[in-house]
Design a protein around this ligand. Structure first.
Ligand SMILES: Cc1cc2nc3c(=O)[nH]c(=O)nc-3n(C[C@H](O)[C@H](O)[C@H](O)COP(=O)(O)OP(=O)(O)OC[C@H]3O[C@@H](n4cnc5c(N)ncnc54)[C@H](O)[C@@H]3O)c2cc1C
Length: 490
């Protein structure tokens, strides 16, 4: 009996595409399946990139992942990287928040948008007396009318701003929740969906009538603590490969022996031929692939473009997911020139201060062994949905403005001659951060529904079920399972 070999083409070689290929390869052991990855850029990894310079490890994109979402750590273990998983440095596990003229410690136990304890918030200098009084009333603020029966309706959604304003007041939104959330989603809080990003806070409100009560009850078991104190950010839950996020990409590439990898090939058209149930995939330079299945691991905009003929309705929905651009600048600085003790992992900057930075991170403090002791790596984040104009600056102007803010908050001395930093590496990530707007979950359901009407077409990536690396890996793995089941039905 002759068995025909099946073919699948994965479009996009970021972490989602690589994880999908790896899982598919693993699932199809003993089956006749050819797997190809087609990636537009000259390298794999998408927004993940690690660079070495001046004996420093520089992360150009993500620098860590949450270990509480198991898919990332599990994949690293499968790749034989178990001994390379490191936690953030056990000391100084705290973050700061920028005020007009200094950095203030984040209130103890403040969980992204709400405090675990109103007493800790009341003791913090981050809010005015009026702001604190409003925030401590949170347990007495009635539930949203839609949750009055103690249940969260399936179709309920609202923006981050609306939620925090309602529960904790404008000041908590502007001075704490907005900058903390911006650090993750580089988003405009007026549009960001609570349901798609932080559904647990809505659930706390529905179940307990208060997010503070909900955090206390539900968060007890999972609370990160240092010296008996609740950490402001649960840094104990962030891990990274010792040699940087790029080593995860390298390990995946090594683990993909037998998979055909084509880099520098931007897919330009996709068409389905019902005569032989085959997809035809053509790149801008004229290379052509044929396959039984395609997996689009792309930014939503790129997927929309490719599906505009085969699935115009899916393309229309995909276009509704907007993106923000941002840049990361790694500065290598002489430690002795930084007068701030760097006794934390970094700081976030409220948009209301109208500075150049979204956030600054003390990379070589957060993870040990990333820089020689006489140097320090400071990462600056700029741009995002609220400050898109920063992306129009030249590299040198962007560096100059970002470093001015770092110098201001960290009291960095300028040498009498020459640059105040040894090196600056600018990494620009255009249209790389999907914005989960209010109604995102419904939009994703519509996209999935339209794509499911196509034979052998699958879609996954950061645009749909979560932007974090473990979310992308989990989404890739479940999609790989669906691809396998469709190609090899029992
Ligand atoms: C600056 C930054 C910092 C971040 N920090 C963290 C962090 O610390 N921790 C964390 O968990 N998450 C972080 N994230 C989020 C996380 O890194 C991303 O959500 C995730 O890596 C996205 O992976 P992906 O494969 O879905 O998409 P991408 O990495 O965007 O990959 C998509 C790939 O598709 C390719 N492509 C596009 N069009 C085509 C085409 N037509 N043909 C072929 N290929 C194409 C692109 O070149 C790209 O390689 C960060 C994101 C950014 C931007």
């Amino acid at each position: 009996m002759v068995t025909t070999r099946k073919k699948v083409v994965i479009i996009g070689g970021g972490i989602t595409g690589l994880a999908a290929a790896f899982r598919l390869k693993y699932l199809s052991v003993g089956k006749s399946l050819d797997i190809s990855i087609v990636e537009a850029a000259p390298r794999l990894g998408g927004v993940i990139e690690t660079v070495f310079s001046e004996d420093c490890l520089l992360e150009c994109g993500p620098d860590s992942m949450l270990s509480t979402k198991p898919a990332g750590v599990r994949l690293m273990k499968e790749l034989g990287m178990e001994n390379q998983i490191i936690e953030t440095c056990a000391e100084n596990r705290r973050a700061f928040i920028a005020a007009h003229d200094c950095l203030l410690p984040m209130p103890e136990g403040f969980r992204l948008i709400a405090p675990e304890s109103v007493a800790a918030l009341a003791a913090s200098p981050c809010l005015s007396v009026v702001g604190k009084l409003r925030a401590v009333c949170e347990p007495f603020v009635p539930r949203h009318a839609a949750m009055s029966n103690g249940e969260l309706p399936d179709d309920f959604d609202e923006s981050l701003s609306s939620f925090v304003r309602r529960r904790l007041g404008e000041e908590t939104l502007e001075r704490l929740a907005q900058p903390l959330f911006s650090g993750i989603y580089t988003a405009d809080p007026e549009n960001l969906s609570m349901r798609a990003t932080m559904p647990q806070f809505l659930e706390y409100e529905a179940e307990f009538g208060s997010v503070v009560k909900g955090l206390r009850e539900k968060g007890k078991a999972a609370t990160g603590r240092q010296n008996g104190k609740a950490e402001s950010v649960r840094y104990s839950m962030f891990v990274a490969p010792e040699r940087g996020m790029g080593s995860l990409v390298n390990a995946l590439e090594k683990g993909l022996k037998g998979v055909s990898i084509h880099v520098g090939k931007s897919v330009a058209t996709l068409s389905f031929h019902s005569s032989d149930n085959q997809w035809r995939i053509e790149s801008a330079d004229g290379s052509v692939w044929q396959s039984d299945a395609i997996v689009m691991c792309l930014p939503a905009k790129a997927a929309a473009k490719l599906l505009s003929d085969a699935a115009p309705e899916a393309a229309q929905h995909l276009c509704q997911i907007s993106y923000a651009s941002s840049a990361v600048i790694n500065f290598i600085v002489e430690r002795e020139n930084v007068l701030h003790p760097l006794d934390g992992f970094g700081f976030v900057v409220p948009a209301l201060l109208k500075r150049n930075l979204l956030a600054g991170s003390f990379s070589s403090v957060k993870f040990r062994g990333r820089a020689p002791s006489h140097l320090v790596i400071l990462r600056a984040f700029v741009g995002g949905a609220l400050f898109p104009q920063m992306m129009e600056l030249s590299d040198s102007e962007m560096c100059q403005r970002a470093f001015a803010d770092l110098s201001f908050y960290l009291s960095i001395r300028s040498p009498a001659r020459g640059r105040p930093f040894k090196e600056a590496l600018v990494s620009r990530w255009y249209d790389s951060m999907p914005q989960y707007a209010v109604g995102h979950r419904k939009l994703v359901k519509n996209i999935e529904h339209e794509v499911s009407k196509l034979t052998g077409a699958f879609i996954c990536g950061s645009a749909y079920e979560g932007v974090g690396i473990p979310d992308c890996i989990a989404n890739a793995e479940s999609t790989a399972r669906s691809v396998f089941d469709s190609l090899f039905p029992i």
